[in-house]
Design a protein around this ligand. Structure first.
Ligand code: ADP
Ligand code: MG
Length: 207
């Protein structure tokens, strides 16, 4: 079970991790994009932490919705609307909930990915955050459906996301800014897949 206050801690821990990895994420984006992914994400999650002040009594759905809206309004670049939509969709699934279980997490992640796909019109194999998130979701869902403990299922999800990030090195980008450099993007890991992996790792560390 994840409670409201745990969710606030998770969101703050995600922000801390993203801010810690800001330079690395920006470096990755320098190779195949415009070198702002870390800057974008750190700005967005910095604003999220400020917004979370005074939200201690809010339900999990509201926390995630506010996170998403804050990301949309503060992050320049493709990742803002994409992650923003993801958190807003997850928030809609968890509306009015003051605690969430493994099945809730599966449903929230499914909605989050659906939001990213609706907004970005991408699918797996295009060198985006979806190459980390989709295999992670599949592993999480399979584990939860098999009755595994959330921590065990999430560990497998993180492993799947790690593989997904590795996979992004082997393919060319066909969506987003990195698609402009075409085959030159091969050999480089996708910044958005990397930030998605960090988010999942923080989730695992806090359940
Ligand atoms: P921008 O590309 O506008 O500079 P960022 O650098 O913040 O935005 O984010 C880049 C990341 O966004 C990419 O590494 C990729 O993972 C993700 N991304 C870009 N376009 C899409 C899309 N259409 N669908 C899913 N993810 C995408
Ligand atoms: Mg960029």
């Amino acid at each position: 079970m994840i409670t409201n206050s745990q969710m606030i801690d998770i969101l703050k821990a995600i922000a801390a991790k993203i801010i810690e990895e800001k330079d690395f994420l920006t470096e990755l984006d320098n190779e195949i994009g415009d070198g702002d992914h870390g800057i974008n994400m750190a700005r967005g999650f910095g604003a999220v932490v400020e917004k979370l002040e005074g939200m201690a009594d809010k339900d999990i759905g509201s926390l995630l919705k506010t996170t998403g809206m804050t990301l949309v309004s503060t992050v320049g670049g493709a990742s803002g609307p994409l992650y923003g939509t993801a958190f807003m969709k997850a928030g809609a699934v968890l509306k009015d909930k003051n605690e969430m279980d493994a099945n809730d997490l599966v449903a929230a992640m499914e909605a989050a990915i659906g939001g990213i796909q609706m907004r970005g019109k991408a699918t797996t194999g295009e060198k985006t955050m979806l190459d980390a998130l989709c295999p992670a979701y599949d592993a999480l869902k399979a584990g939860v459906e098999a009755g595994e403990d959330l921590k065990v299922a999430l560990t497998k999800a993180v492993e799947a996301a790690e593989k997904g990030v590795e996979y992004t090195k082997t393919i060319a980008a066909t969506k987003g800014r990195a698609s402009y450099v075409g085959d030159r993007s091969i050999g480089h890991q996708d910044p958005g897949a990397t930030s998605s992996l960090y988010i999942l790792k923080v989730l695992l560390a806090n359940v």
